[in-house]
Each structure stands twice: as C-alpha cells, then as structure tokens.
Design a protein around this ligand. Structure first.
Ligand code: DGJ
Length: 375
C-alpha cells in the first residue's frame, strides 16, 4: 500500500515539477522531484540523447562546503528539466581515504574516453583538515554516466617536469626571492619568471579550480589554477585521460585567474575565467587562442550591462555546447552562498559573439530559441 502511494506521489511530483521550458538564472531551480538542484561548480556531458550534469553536493550551514556526500548527478533530455540520479562519487567512511567524509571536493568534470569506453571524472581535492593546502587533482572512473564512479588517485600535477618553452634561466632563482614583498612589482616579475613553479617542482604543481577540455582530436587537457591561484596551467592528459603526459604550459602568469571554462568555435579556443576573491563574485575575464598551448590573448570582461563587473553575482564553472547545434554555447556559473552552501543557485546564460569576442548579457528568463535569433 505504502509503495503504491509513493509511486502515485512521485508520478504527481514529476508531472507537477517537470514542466519547465525556460532558464531562470539565479533563481531556485527545482529537479523533477521538486527539490532545488544540488550540483555546484558543475559540468555537463551529453550521452545518447541525454545530458548529465555533475556537481558538488553541498549541505546546510557553514560546514556545507566540505564534502559530506560526494558528487551528484542529474540527467535531462532538454536542459530545462533535471532528474536526480543521486550521488555518483561517494565520499568514503575510512578516515585514511583521500576522499574521506569531510574532505573538500570541488568543480567535478566528467568526460568520456572513446578509447577505453570509460567515463572519467576529474576534480579538485583538498584533504580533510588541511584547508586548501593539498591542492590536488583527483580522478575517478565509471563504466556508466550514472556512476558509480570509482576513486582512482589524487596528486599534484607534473612533478619534476618543467613547462613547455620554459626559459632555461628560470630553472633556478636569480635573486633572493624570499625577501620580495608580496604584490610588489618585483614579486610579480618573480612569479612570472617561475618562482612558484620552482617552489612546486619537486612535489608537483597545484591544482585548485579546474576544468577538463576534450578537443576535436580526442586529446584531453586539465586546466587548473596553480601557483597559489596566480597562474593557470594547461596539462595534457594521457590517451586514457587518467594521467598527465608531462606536456604542460602556463597561461597568464601572475594573472590571478580562477574558475576556467573552455570552448571552441570556428577552430578558435575561448576561455572564460574569474578573478580570485574567495566565494565573492568578481569581474569575469575572457581569452582566445588559435592553439590550446597559446598564446592566449586577453579579450576583457565578456559580461555587459548591469552587474557586469560582478559576473551577475556569479562565478564561471563551464561552457556547454548545445548538442548538435552550431555556435550554441551556454555559460554556466555559480552564485555561491557560503553561509548556507546548499542554497547556492545557478546562472546559465547564452554565449553571444560580437566582433570575435564572447558576450554575456543578463536575462531574467530565456530558452534555447534565443539562439535562432540573429546575433
Ligand atoms: C573560489 C573558487 O572558485 C571556488 O571553487 C572555491 O574554491 C572558493 N574559491 C573557496 O574560497
């Protein structure tokens, strides 16, 4: 009897809550059970007619940014209506596990590896009780987009390997860098000249905010905030996407970029990032390059209009190409709520282009039809 009622209730709920046909940036976004979607710092993939959205599962209260459950997944056929598929990577109870309950898991991104047939999840991992010091890249795999994902390992990137085109004279310090005052012009110059690359050379480079980008030739790259968030690194992944090839480069040394999101249009790579102000929003930045390895040219703030200097009170996490549609890209961002992280909302906006630059404009509500209008 009880089962019968719960089937009826869940049928009624899915009918009532699955009627969405538009995006409402920054508002509560209910899943097909009527519960606000809990997938922060997320990314989306498309598999056989279904989109899967993976993100950080947050909880209530000040501690809600630590991972008490793991990584959540939602599925959708139309991008508006999302069904909760549960926790696909679970934190572990074993206190010795690297992903023990209470660690920090941020910005999970899943990609499919055509060669191995596996779904590969990369994420930013901080070990329990160590604040943001560990700064590790972590990887998990699954045979199915709905998981379960099996945790493989976590580590610093590119241990003992210099970046491509790194000037030989930067491989050792020319001056006493410890004496430099933080944020002074000399200090900035030292950062540009690889001061922190050298510091982290033996133990590996940091990996905090990150994304994974799979190129048209199926090569994949981890884009990660390194060097105390001062410089982005782009690190090529091995063919199985589980490791680094040791080919890597630095983007915008001392530029202080976080929250990278990459996409490609007409053979040109675009990247949207944020500045670094913790959970508070700041002005987004955009870049373009003809090669993933750079040089990346700055295009300035892609946002226009009211609150453009605060990325509409959000921070980038991913740019989603709409499946099968040329030049349709959705900018995905988070409105963090550090006091009650579970309340964080999502800002999804269409990416428009003007003179070869990505442009983001605030819309109270919108749907995919905006893409058919002339830009
Ligand atoms: C900003 C980052 O983008 C977030 O992912 C998170 O790491 C916070 N900083 C922590 O302050």
């Amino acid at each position: 009897m009880r089962l019968k009622y719960s089937i009826i209730i869940s049928f009624v709920c899915s009918f009532v809550f699955s009627q969405g046909n538009y995006f409402a940036p920054g508002k509560q976004w209910k899943d097909t059970d009527g519960v606000h979607i809990n997938a922060h710092g997320g990314g989306v993939i498309f598999v056989d007619g279904t989109y899967y959205w993976y993100g950080e599962y947050k909880t209530s209260g000040r501690g809600g940014n630590t991972s008490l459950k793991g990584v959540s997944c939602y599925s959708s056929k139309d991008l508006y209506n999302w069904k909760n598929e549960g926790i696909v990577l679970k934190v572990e109870q074993d206190p010795n596990s690297e992903i023990t309950k209470g660690c920090i898991i941020e910005r999970p991104k899943v990609v499919f590896n055509k060669k191995t047939g596996k779904y590969v999840m990369w994420f930013h991992l901080e070990l329990k009780g160590q604040g943001y010091d560990a700064a590790r890249a972590a990887v998990a795999i699954s045979d199915n987009p709905k998981g379960p994902f099996e945790f493989k390992k976590s580590y610093r990137a590119n241990k003992g390997v210099w970046p491509m085109n790194f000037n030989d004279k930067f491989k050792s310090a020319a001056i006493n860098e410890n004496a430099l005052k933080s944020w002074s012009p000399e200090w900035r110059e030292a950062i540009k000249n690889g001061m922190l690359v050298r510091r982290d050379f033996e133990k590996g480079q940091m990996s905090r905010d990150m994304t994974v980008y799979v190129d048209d030739d199926n090569k994949a790259y981890l884009v990660h905030a390194a060097e105390d968030n001062l410089t982005l690194h782009i690190s090529e992944l091995t063919d199985d996407y589980l490791d680094f090839t040791e080919k890597w480069t630095r983007v915008e040394p001392a530029g202080h970029n976080e929250a990278p999101a990459i996409f490609k249009k007409d053979g040109v790579y675009y990247m949207i990032t944020s500045g670094c102000t913790g959970w508070d929003p700041n002005e987004a930045r955009s870049f373009k390059s003809k090669s993933i390895w750079g040089p990346w040219k700055s295009l300035g703030n892609p946002c226009v209009g009211k609150d453009a200097s605060l990325t509409f009170h959000s921070q980038s996490t991913y740019v989603l190409p709409v499946e099968g549609k040329k030049d349709q890209f959705i900018f995905m961002a988070d409105r963090w709520k550090p006091d009650n992280p579970i309340d964080g909302t999502y800002v999804w906006l269409p990416v428009k282009f003007n003179n070869g630059k990505p442009v983001l404009e605030w819309l109270e509500t919108w749907n995919l039809a905006v893409f058919s209008k002339k830009q």
